[in-house]
Design a protein around this ligand. Structure first.
Ligand code: ZN
Length: 216
C-alpha cells in the first residue's frame, strides 16, 4: 500500500483541536477545505460519518464507495460517495495506508455481542454520536446514523468473507487528509472502546486540523 504524505504544514491550519477519546465532534466543512485527522498516539479508531451540509438525508454510503472504487479499504485517492452518488470528499493524503468502512460503530448492542452482556452500560461510539446530535445538531436523529468509516482501524476480510478486528497498522502521528468536494457536515466519535485489543484496551486522543481552500 502506498503512503502519501501531505504538503501542508500544521502551522497553515485555520483550525486545530485535540479531541479526547470518548468525545464526539461535528463541524461544517466548506467545499475545497481539507480536513486532517491525526492518530496522535497510534491505533485509535475514529468513527466518522459525512453528510451533505445542507441536506442530512444525503450521506456517506459505504456500499456506493466500495462498488465505485472496487476496493473494500479506503486510502489515498478514494472518493467518498454519497447515497445520491455524489462525491462528498476525496482522500488526498494518508500515512496510515488503510481505513475500514465495514466494521461499523460500537454500540451497547455490539458491546454485548462481541464482549459480554455486562458491557452494555459502557460508553460507545453510538452514544457519542447521539450526544453530539442532541447538543449541536438537533435537526438530526438516530435515523441519520448509517454506515460509517473507522479511520486508522484495520478490519481485514478473510477469504471466507468474515471480518477480523486485527492489530492496528497505524502508529503515533499518522494521519489521513480529506478534501471536501461539496459543503459537508462531519460527525466524529473518537472511539471510547475499552474492550478491544486492537487499541490495546486504551483509547487515545486525536487531533483535527482544517486547511482553507487554496492554502496548498
Ligand atoms: Zn467505537
Amino acid at each position: 500500500m502506498a503512503l502519501v504524505a501531505s504538503k501542508l504544514a500544521p502551522t497553515q491550519a485555520s483550525y486545530r483541536e485535540v479531541i479526547e477519546s470518548g468525545l464526539g465532534h461535528s463541524r461544517r466543512i466548506a467545499r475545497g477545505e481539507i480536513l486532517r485527522i491525526v492518530d496522535l498516539e497510534g491505533n485509535q479508531a475514529v468513527d466518522t460519518l459525512f453528510y451533505n451540509a445542507d441536506d442530512a438525508s444525503e450521506r456517506y454510503s459505504a456500499t456506493d464507495t466500495i462498488v465505485a472504487q472496487q476496493n473494500l479499504y479506503l486510502t489515498t485517492g478514494t472518493r467518498l460517495l454519497s447515497s445520491e452518488g455524489n462525491v462528498l470528499l476525496t482522500i488526498v493524503a494518508d500515512t496510515c495506508g488503510r481505513h475500514d468502512t465495514l466494521g461499523g460503530a460500537c454500540a451497547a448492542e455490539s458491546n454485548q455481542v462481541r464482549y459480554a452482556l455486562d458491557k452494555r452500560h459502557m460508553h460507545s461510539c453510538r452514544d457519542s454520536f447521539l450526544l453530539e446530535l442532541a447538543l449541536h445538531r438537533p435537526h438530526m436523529s438516530k435515523r441519520d446514523l448509517t454506515s460509517n468509516i473507522n479511520f486508522f482501524m484495520n478490519v481485514p476480510v478473510t477469504p471466507e468473507g468474515a471480518l477480523r478486528f486485527a492489530d492496528g497498522i497505524s502508529a503515533a502521528g499518522r494521519y489521513v487528509e480529506l478534501r471536501a468536494e461539496m459543503d459537508v457536515l462531519v460527525l466524529i466519535s473518537n472511539c471510547p472502546q475499552l474492550n478491544n485489543p486492537c487499541n490495546a484496551y486504551d483509547p487515545t486522543p486525536i487531533e483535527l486540523l482544517l486547511f482553507s481552500a487554496g492554502v496548498a
